[in-house]
Ligand binder design. Structure first.
Ligand code: ADP
Ligand code: ASP
Ligand code: MG
Length: 834
């Protein structure tokens, strides 16, 4: 085959095809002319489509006429105006007038045929074929006139070649079949192969063996290009369109789709069959036979890297593209009577064939207990009827239990030669789909292993496409994020995200997209993601009234694979929604302690919800801020260690108070100072009461597997009973009356060589206590700095010398850092390669 190409020699033809998107208007025609004349190749065959949308209008005219719709003349007039504008822009007055005279003659013919159609009320196929082909005739005659005028008399010779005289096809069940012998003979007779110069050829149109005009089917100009490539023994075929090449997915659905550098013919064919609209599936056949390379290129960026489709591509990519076919239905027949009985499949597909229902995908379990196939959704009802009719006896006798059709589905196809013999590819696809909460209805993998196809819910098609695309590292893993509570911690988190977002996208293809920010009263929603560099200004100017239900609905969209809610509040009212969110497949990351320290029943319901939704719930920030406390505990338990007790200083505020207190300054004065420094909650009683520590202890206790309620924690509060109520000021005033008692306690401890610390402790037996204790001055808890937290795990493995986690355990920076770390951990669970 190669020899054909080389024998064509220096004078070989090169075919350039420009799609409808490349000949939209006069400016596009100029671009095309520039590209053609920039080639510097003596023999060029230029195949053009109709101007964008013209074929659609022409076909709709036939429908309208058959319906006797009175709008026909207006539509024809609109077509005329569009072409007139292009002609008058491209040609001089005389040229435009003579072109328009021919155009008007065509329009008169079109009107005549449509008139007959409306009288007959029938849109016969040959009428459709005739009318549909005008778009290409117009675009090419216009272009030829323009190119001729542009080149002037001394320029390269140019000839308009009527494809209807050369390309002979016979329509059959598999579409148009080129009659090569006849076509080649007719082309020879036209003299075109010997021509030295530029041939301008209408795409899409052809003739049948009787000489009646026909077409090559929708999007058939690609096919025309490849037919002429074969007929002219071309050295190459260039398909020019409005994207840089074949992309790894439809760019309208996966904005990060990338240009595939090289593809094999089979890969391109498979992608085209499964809906990559950029190239027509039949295009390849004539080119394959002669090993003619096909380039897919961008008319509007001719120098960009493009796609080469050839026999032996040299590409590193294992998966070349992922596509979807929409509006698909499944026909499923099931029955024990089919097992081991030959011919069931034959009868099923025979029945569908009889009704001309095309089957897109077939899957049969190896038990032969069921067979299912995917068909276009519009055929679903008809298909169910014919299949029932075909198996009427088996259904009556119970050998077949059910014939069922399911509509509103889509097929996702993952294509690439490199998948053959590479284990783990399908695992990756299913993993990605599972992580994105997508239910797979049927699966098919071709024996060539070039294609894995799965049937999914139609409304989840884009989401499935994006999840699968991201899993092959073809585009970023996108997390649709909603942040609730842009207060102390949330604010810092958003700033931290702003700083790292670009790097994470670059290094790990991780797209952390904050699509909503909500405070207790207002919310900011964004489709493409809030620009975090100035989220505060956007929030100030763009936030609307808050509505939690609407917020969640906005953040969880079908087309993005993963949704995360980051709850930076301390609100119980927000935490109450966790179970619903988790069950709906929304992941949660939070430093909010309320859900995990609520009634045991609720906390346990979160586990069930997580299982139901396949979602993750991460809350490292609830204990010790950013310190690895929860994760450490989990690791210990999951690796089989036995926890005897956990104790520690879990409150940065209380740590500070007792670190600073040395008897020289009254305790109440230190509390006041800490409050002024911002180390306490607005109401210091929230810290001093020990409830916050008790909540953390409950979280740890439950993590240890204990079923403990908050009320079961013995808390020794530092808030005197008489001061529990009343204003903050009166509390701070009143506290000084208790300074003497605190001093006494301190002195007693000091005399015994001890110090006071506010400690929480929980044991494997379920004993939980919170309060001030005396500790040896050498104790680990006695020697921590400022607001440090310290947690001590006594376990079977760490028994003589306990495991201690220590470090700053309060403050917005470290807490937000802990939440951020959880978010990245979640991303890794969801498939990001960190
Ligand atoms: P033309 O008029 O040039 O033939 P088409 O509209 O037929 O153009 O095909 C080009 C369009 O195909 C692109 O604009 C793009 O939106 C769409 N498309 C769908 N899937 C893919 C894909 N995998 N790669 C490239 N383009 C695709
Ligand atoms: N104009 C035809 C169509 O729209 C053929 C093509 O553009 O490829 O289907
Ligand atoms: Mg096309």
């Amino acid at each position: 085959m190669q020899s054909t190409k080389s024998s064509a020699g220096a004078g070989a033809w090169v075919v350039h095809k420009f799609g409808g998107t490349s000949v939209r208007d006069a400016a596009c025609f100029r671009k095309v002319a520039g590209i053609i004349d920039g080639q510097g190749v003596p023999r060029l065959a230029v195949v053009l489509s109709a101007a964008r949308g013209v074929t659609d209008v022409l076909l709709s005219l036939v429908d309208m006429a058959a319906r006797q719709d009175p709008g026909v003349p207006a539509q024809i007039q609109a077509l005329r105006e569009r072409h007139q504008a292009i002609a008058e822009d491209l040609l001089d007055a005389a040229g435009a007038a003579s072109w328009l005279a021919r155009f008007d003659a065509d329009c008169a013919d079109v009107a005549g045929v449509l008139h007959t159609t409306s009288l007959l009320r029938s849109d016969a196929q040959n009428v459709r074929d005739l009318i549909a082909g005008y778009g290409e005739l117009w675009s090419t005659t216009l272009f030829a006139a323009f190119l001729q005028a542009r080149r002037g008399s001394g320029g390269t010779a140019l000839q308009w070649l009527d494809a209807r005289q050369c390309v002979v096809v016979e329509w059959g069940a598999l579409g148009p079949a080129v009659q090569w012998e006849q076509s080649r003979a007719r082309l020879q007779a036209s003299g075109a192969p010997q021509f030295q110069g530029t041939l301008v050829i209408p795409g899409f149109v052809a003739r049948d063996p009787r000489g009646v005009q026909t077409t090559l089917g929708r999007n058939g100009s690609d096919f025309s290009a490849s037919i002429f490539g074969a007929l002219l023994d071309a050295a190459a075929i260039h398909i020019w369109t409005d994207v840089d090449g074949v992309l790894s997915a439809d760019p309208r659905r996966v904005p990060n789709a990338q240009v595939i550098d090289q593809l094999s013919y089979s890969e391109a064919m498979e992608l085209a069959y499964f809906g990559a609209k950029v190239i027509h599936p039949q295009t390849m056949a004539p080119a394959i036979g002669r090993a003619i390379p096909i380039y897919i290129r961008n008319t509007f960026a001719p120098d960009n890297p493009c796609t080469l489709i050839c026999a032996e591509p040299n590409s590193e990519l294992m998966v070349k593209g992922i596509t979807t076919i929409e509006d698909v239905a499944l026909v499923n027949i099931e029955g024990a009577g089919m097992i081991g009985v030959p011919g069931t499949a034959h009868r099923l597909f025979g029945a569908l064939r009889e009704e001309a229902i095309s089957v897109i995908l077939i899957s049969q379990g190896s038990s032969e207990h069921s067979i299912c196939c995917a068909i276009p959704a519009r055929e679903a009802d008809r298909a169910e009827r014919v299949v029932r009719a075909a198996f009427v006896r088996e259904l009556a006798e119970g050998q077949i239990q059910s014939v069922e059709t399911v509509k509103d589905l889509a097929i996702l196809a993952v294509v690439g030669d490199g998948m053959a013999g590479t284990p783990g590819v399908s695992a990756k696809v299913f993993n990605a789909l599972g992580q994105a909460g997508i239910n797979v209805r049927a699966i098919a993998q071709g024996a060539s292993e070039r294609n894995i196809s799965v049937v999914v819910e139609g409304r989840q098609a884009t989401r499935a496409l994006r999840a699968a695309h991201a899993s092959f590292y073809l585009s970023p893993n996108t997390l649709s994020i909603g942040v609730i509570g842009p207060g102390t911690v949330g604010r810092v988190l958003l700033d931290q995200l702003a700083g790292e977002q670009a790097r994470l996208a670059r290094e790990f293809k991780l797209d952390l997209r904050v699509r909503g920010i909500m405070s207790s009263r207002r919310m900011l929603l964004s489709d493409r993601g809030v620009d975090l560099a100035n989220w505060k200004q956007q929030y100030e100017s763009g936030a609307t009234d808050g509505d939690l239900a609407r917020f969640i609905e906005h953040v969880q969209v079908d087309y993005l694979p993963h949704t995360v809610i980051i709850d930076c509040t301390a609100d119980e009212s927000v935490a109450r929604h966790y179970a619903d969110w988790l069950a709906a497949g929304i992941h949660i990351v939070t430093p909010n302690k309320k859900a995990n320290s609520a009634a045991m029943e609720y906390t346990e319901s979160l586990r069930a919800a997580r299982r139901q939704g396949g979602s993750h719930y991460l809350y490292e920030g609830t204990v010790g801020a950013g310190l690895p406390v929860i994760q450490t505990l989990r690791d210990l338990r999951e690796t089989g260690d036995e926890i005897h007790s956990i104790e520690g200083i879990f409150s940065g505020t209380l740590a500070y108070l007792f670190n600073v207190y040395d008897g020289s300054v009254p305790f109440s004065a230190i509390v006041k100072e800490a409050k002024n420094l911002g180390y306490t909650e607005p109401d210091p009683r929230d810290d001093l009461s020990g409830t916050d520590v008790a909540r953390k202890l409950i979280i740890l206790a439950r993590e240890m597997g204990l079923k403990l309620e908050l009320a079961q924690v013995k808390v020794d509060s530092l808030v005197p009973a008489e001061l529990a109520k009343g204003s903050i000021e009166s509390f701070l005033e009143g506290l000084s009356r208790h300074d003497a008692a605190m001093l006494q306690r301190y002195e007693a401890a000091r005399k015994a060589g001890k110090v006071l610390r506010f400690v929480g402790r929980v044991t494997a037996q379920g004993e939980a206590t919170v309060g001030v204790v005396e500790l040896d001055a050498k104790h680990a808890f006695a020697n921590i700095a400022l607001t440090d937290n310290v947690v001590r795990f006594a376990t079977a493995r760490y028994n003589k010398n306990p495991l201690i986690v220590q470090g700053p355990g309060a403050g917005p920076e470290v807490t937000a850092g802990g939440v951020f770390a959880d978010l990245l951990r979640l991303s890794a669970y969801l498939g990001a390669r960190m």
